[in-house]
Design a binder for this molecule. Structure first.
Ligand code: FEO
Length: 396
């Protein structure tokens, strides 16, 4: 569904809301309540479109554009990011308005040319450069690795609006324009999940970008995000969330993640949970095959400790655990300290492999796994308690 709303008299939000969509960026980020993203249309002497949308929505969006523009052309396109949720309709827009001039970051220019494969001269802009469209002037701000090398934001001083593309985004599909219409807790939970799944893997770059952004001292009344709902009331709270996540503030909790074949590794997972409680550490627990992976990733990114369990499938870890290990390697949450556990039958080969793969990715992993041979015995329960105690003393 496409929804067009007025942000100001001459500024429109073109919002795509798909509550049925369960995957965002294919299977990378299973979405809880659907997906939403926005482009913005600004009427001035020169008409500007900020970002586009996936091509499957073009015909619906075109109807709205024709209605608003009444025969006028779009003169300028600011493409703040090359991924298809923001750029895929560029060619369609170009075909409608062949004189359109398209601005993007330098990195965006090279990546857009590789994406669209036709002869079009994108105009690169850098942080601090401005673009006048009549009564309005945009100032550009590159945000490399927040979350791709090409990302940038645009500030419209005359209206005190920051167009932030993926920055400060969330996948909220509530049918409201602004954050003031939903509970703060819900807004921040969705924004955190978006950050941990989309931006966190490049977290090293974020503090520097946020510092530069703060030094701009822009007067911002509205953040017109590229995803979810716009920010007005809770901008300071959102900045604080970003600052905490960028600096990887941990919350002294543990996450237990496992997969099991016959229930033995599951039993061990709950023994670990109990042992952690005995030592004053709260934990959440996920069986991978029954969990939404983006929620697990969100929890792991901010937890202090991860206990990862697998059974033995023909001397290999269970495939869904291998998938999770690869996601951990991509997440790079290296301040989350890890221990491996599981039940085995014939051999212990998978556990050393999990440790090796995570150490290769520069995680701190407790050197030996906590194992049970087939079913957990009462001495295994005692061993788990001693393991947690040693883990706490050495890694926590
Ligand atoms: Fe990198 Fe909203 O996409």
């Amino acid at each position: 569904m496409v929804k067009v709303s007025k942000v100001k008299d001459n500024i429109y939000q073109i919002r795509i809301m798909d509550r049925e969509e369960t995957n965002f960026h294919a299977t990378l980020y299973p979405a809880k309540d659907g997906v939403s993203y926005s482009a913005y249309l600004v009427l001035d002497e020169k008409i500007t479109l900020i970002d586009t949308y996936e091509i499957k929505y073009h015909n619906e969006v075109k109807t709205y554009l024709d209605e608003i523009l009444q025969g006028r052309d779009i003169d300028i396109l600011i493409l703040q990011h090359v991924e298809p949720d923001h750029s895929e309709s560029f060619r369609k827009i170009y075909e409608m308005y062949p004189n359109i001039k398209c601005y993007c970051s330098t990195k965006g220019k090279s990546e857009l040319m590789l994406n669209f494969l036709f002869d079009y001269e994108f105009t690169p802009v850098k942080t601090g450069e401005t673009l006048n469209t009549g009564k309005y002037t945009y100032e550009f701000f590159e945000t490399p690795m927040v979350h791709w090398p090409d990302n940038m934001w645009s500030y419209l001083a005359e209206e005190k609006i920051l167009f932030s593309n993926d920055g400060f985004g969330q996948l909220l599909t509530d049918d409201v324009l602004y954050d003031e219409e939903i509970p703060l807790e819900k807004l921040l939970a969705f924004a955190k999940e978006y950050y941990t799944n989309i931006i966190f893997p490049n977290n090293m770059a974020v503090p520097g970008v946020l510092d530069k952004f703060a030094s701009k001292n822009w007067d911002i009344e509205i953040i017109a995000t590229g995803h979810g709902i716009m920010l007005k009331k809770y901008i300071q709270e959102m900045y604080k969330l970003y600052d905490d996540l960028a600096h990887e503030k941990k919350d002294h909790t543990a996450v237990i993640v496992y997969e099991t074949i016959w229930g033995n590794t599951k039993q061990e997972a709950y023994t670990i949970k109990k042992a952690l409680e005995n030592h004053g550490v709260q934990s959440s627990i996920y069986q991978l095959s029954e969990s939404r992976i983006s929620e697990v990733i969100d929890d792991v990114a901010t937890a202090s400790y991860l206990f990862l369990g697998t059974g033995n499938q023909n001397s290999c870890m269970i495939p869904i655990v291998a998938d999770f290990v690869e996601r951990l390697r991509s997440l790079k949450a290296r301040k989350t300290k890890i221990a491996i556990f599981g039940a085995y039958g014939w051999n212990k080969l998978p556990f050393d492999e999990v440790i090796r793969r995570l150490e290769d990715a520069k995680y701190t992993v407790y050197p030996t796994p906590l194992l049970t041979h087939f079913k957990e015995s009462s001495s295994d329960v005692d061993l788990a308690d001693a393991f947690i105690k040693d883990y706490i003393e050495n890694l926590m």
